[in-house]
Design a protein around this ligand. Structure first.
Ligand SMILES: *Cc1c(COP(=O)(O)O)cnc(C)c1O
Ligand code: SF4
Length: 343
C-alpha cells in the first residue's frame, strides 16, 4: 500500500465513482487530498458510509460553498503576528512549523492554509518565530500545530523542541497531531527521544471515531504515554460520523481506556465546502448532555465553538442550572429538577 494523493489514485482504488471524477478533480484543485497507506487500508475495508471514508475521501458536495462559510473560519489571519505564529490569547500562541498533513480531513477548519502546495517554514522564518516567543515573556505555553508537526523527522523536531526548551518563561509545550492514528509507525523511539525535555510536554490527539483507535494506533499512543508524555484528545462533532451518543461515548471511553484525557469536542467550523458535515448547536448540546452522568467524569470533554473572526473558543455546553428566586433550579443528569438556595 502507498499514499493516495489525487483523484486518479482514488478512482484506481475504487474509492470514488467514475461519474464523480470530473467534480472531484475540481475539489482537489482547491482542497488537497491525501491518505496514508494505513488509512487507505482502513478505507478499503469500509463502505461509502464508513467513518474513515467520510473523513478522508473527497466528495462533490465540497464544491458547494454557502454564503456564511469563510476561507478563514476561526480568524487565524487576525492574529498572525508573524510567519508561523498565531498569537491570539496573551499566555499562549500557536507555532506552525509545517503546513502539510499526512491526511487531509475533508472538514478541516484550516483547509485553505494547509495542503500540498504549502511549504514548511524556512529555517530563517522558524528562527524568527522562536525569537518572537523568546521576546514575549507573557507566553507561558506554545502549541505546535499546523499542519501536523509530527510529520517532521525527529531531528527537525528535536531542533525546535530544544530551542523552545531554552526559553525560560515558557513552561508548557503542546503538540497537536493525527500521526499516532494515521501513520502510527512514525512514533519511534527516536521521535520520542526528540520530545524528551525538561518542560511539560503534552500531546493532543485528533480523532473522531472509535474505529480510528486500531491496535497500531493504540500501541503508538501507549508508547507516547509510557515515555511520560500526557495525552489529551480533540474531536470534531461531525454529521454522519460521530453525531450519536453510542459512537461518541465509545470514542470517549476508548480515549480514557488508552490514557488519553478527553479535552475538547469542537463544534464544526464554517469552513468552505463543509456544510454536509455540520450539525446544529442544539443537537451538539443534547449529545454532550447525554454523556454527563451516564459516563465517567473522565469521559467528559468540553464542547467548544470558535467565534468566527478570531474572537476565541468558548464553551457552548447546555446549562444544568437556571436562576430561580434567590437561588437556582438544578437539573440532574436524568432530567429531574432540584431547588438550590445559594447562601
Ligand atoms: C485553539 C487555539 C489555542 C489553544 O486554546 P486552548 O483553549 O488553550 O486549547 C490557542 N491559540 C489559538 C489561535 C487557537 O486557535
Ligand atoms: S490533520 Fe488537522 S490540520 Fe490537517 S487536515 Fe486534518 S484537521 Fe486539518
Amino acid at each position: 500500500m502507498s499514499f493516495i494523493r489525487n483523484t486518479n489514485e482514488l478512482y484506481h482504488h475504487g474509492f470514488i465513482q467514475e461519474q464523480d471524477i470530473e467534480e472531484i478533480k475540481k475539489v482537489e484543485q482547491v482542497f488537497s487530498v491525501s491518505l496514508t497507506p494505513q488509512m487507505v487500508d482502513l478505507v478499503a475495508k469500509e463502505n461509502a458510509e464508513g467513518p474513515l471514508t467520510k473523513q478522508f475521501i473527497p466528495q462533490p458536495q465540497e464544491l458547494m460553498i454557502l454564503d456564511n462559510e469563510l476561507s478563514d473560519p476561526i480568524g487565524d489571519n487576525a492574529h498572525n503576528v508573524q510567519e508561523g505564529i498565531i498569537h491570539r490569547y496573551p499566555d499562549r500562541c500557536l507555532l506552525m512549523p509545517v503546513n502539510v498533513c499526512p491526511v487531509y480531513c475533508r472538514f478541516c477548519f484550516r483547509r485553505e492554509k494547509v495542503g500540498s502546495n504549502s511549504k514548511k517554514l524556512s529555517s530563517e522564518a522558524l528562527k524568527k518565530a522562536i525569537n518572537y516567543i523568546a521576546d514575549h515573556p507573557e507566553i507561558w505555553e506554545v502549541i505546535i500545530t499546523g499542519g501536523d508537526p509530527l510529520i517532521l523527522n525527529p531531528k527537525q523536531l528535536a531542533n525546535i523542541i530544544l530551542s523552545l526548551n531554552k526559553i525560560q518563561h515558557l513552561e508548557v509545550i503542546r503538540i497537536h497531531t493525527r500521526i499516532p492514528i494515521v501513520d502510527s509507525k512514525r512514533i519511534t523511539d527516536e521521535m520520542l527521544n526528540a520530545l524528551k525535555v525538561d518542560k511539560a510536554l503534552y500531546i493532543a490527539l485528533h480523532a473522531n471515531h472509535p474505529s480510528e483507535l486500531t491496535p497500531q494506533a493504540v500501541e503508538a499512543c501507549a508508547k507516547i504515554v509510557d515515555a511520560g508524555i500526557p495525552m489529551l484528545s480533540q474531536t470534531v462533532l461531525l454529521k454522519g460520523i460521530n453525531n450519536n451518543i453510542e459512537t461518541l461515548s465509545q470514542l470517549m471511553r476508548a480515549f480514557v481506556k488508552n490514557r488519553i484525557k478527553p479535552y475538547y469536542i469542537h463544534h464544526p467550523d464554517l469552513a468552505r465546502g463543509t456544510s454536509h458535515f455540520r450539525v446544529s448547536i442544539q443537537e451538539g448540546q443534547a449529545l454532550i448532555k447525554a454523556l454527563r452522568g451516564r459516563y465517567s467524569g473522565l469521559c467528559q470533554p468540553t464542547y467548544v465553538l470558535e467565534i468566527p473572526g478570531g474572537y476565541g473558543k468558548i464553551p457552548i455546553n447546555d446549562h444544568f442550572i437556571t436562576p430561580k428566586g434567590k437561588g437556582y433550579c438544578m437539573e440532574d443528569y436524568q432530567g429531574r429538577y432540584h431547588e438550590y438556595a445559594d447562601q
